[in-house]
Design a protein around this ligand. Sequence first.
Ligand code: IPE
Ligand code: IPE
Ligand code: MG
Length: 245
Amino acid sequence: MREAVVSSSQAPRPPAHIAIIMDGNGRWAKARGLPRVAGHQRGAEAARIAVRTCRELGVKFLTLYAFSSENWKRPASEVDDLMALLRYYLRREVSDLTEQDVRLRFIGSRERLAPDIISEIEHAEARTQHNSGLTLVVALNYGSHEEIVQAARSLAQDVANGVLKPSDIDENTFAERLSTSDIPDPDLLIRTSGEQRLSNFLLWQAAYSELVFLDTYWPDFSRENLETAIAEFHRRDRRFGTTNG
Ligand code: IPE
Ligand code: IPE
Ligand code: MG
């Protein structure tokens, strides 16, 4: 296993769960006169850096938004490029992630995914299930609206079947039907590329996340950017609706 670089003993504990909207691949490529796929390729490298850094800093969960349920609206050639890249990474990275004691999890619908990608995902999840250093959650074909509707439908079905009363439904029973039921809510949510919106990402789970928006395009994302975002997180005063900071 690789050596973990532990931050100084005075450093505050890092956020337990960091979620990232990896945005700006296309603009990064455009600024260099390159095809968009070149931005996605470099973006995959940046994701690798983010995983390694989180692992070294002792972050327990990292969720990366890799493909939204709305990204199917892109030209078919770009969707194909993204899926090809994913396929390539799934085949190549799993051993390395295992070496880093990283557990892989996928959230999002599997419905439109190619059968070979689904089996790679299942293989990666199974192979890394006992790793405990960092859980890397990949949000793939993920959209919060769809996830929330699906949770509501499953509760409604239980009510229709007489196994649940409407009055049994509360925030906890609802959260248990989401794909993140066994994952804590993100403490810090980062979006790169200067955009300041959630784009259907973790709408339920990010209710109390600290939001940090960085101007950097995702392919340029570095360890320093992550440390900047974490430092900003530590300056925030999380009150969760109370008066004490
Ligand atoms: C993020 O970069 C990657 C995905 C959404 C898959 P974009 O492809 O959205 O890049 P921009 O926003 O067009 O620059
Ligand atoms: C959000 O980025 C999705 C991912 C990063 C995977 P988009 O680039 O698709 O979001 P919009 O279209 O700018 O809102
Ligand atoms: Mg974008």
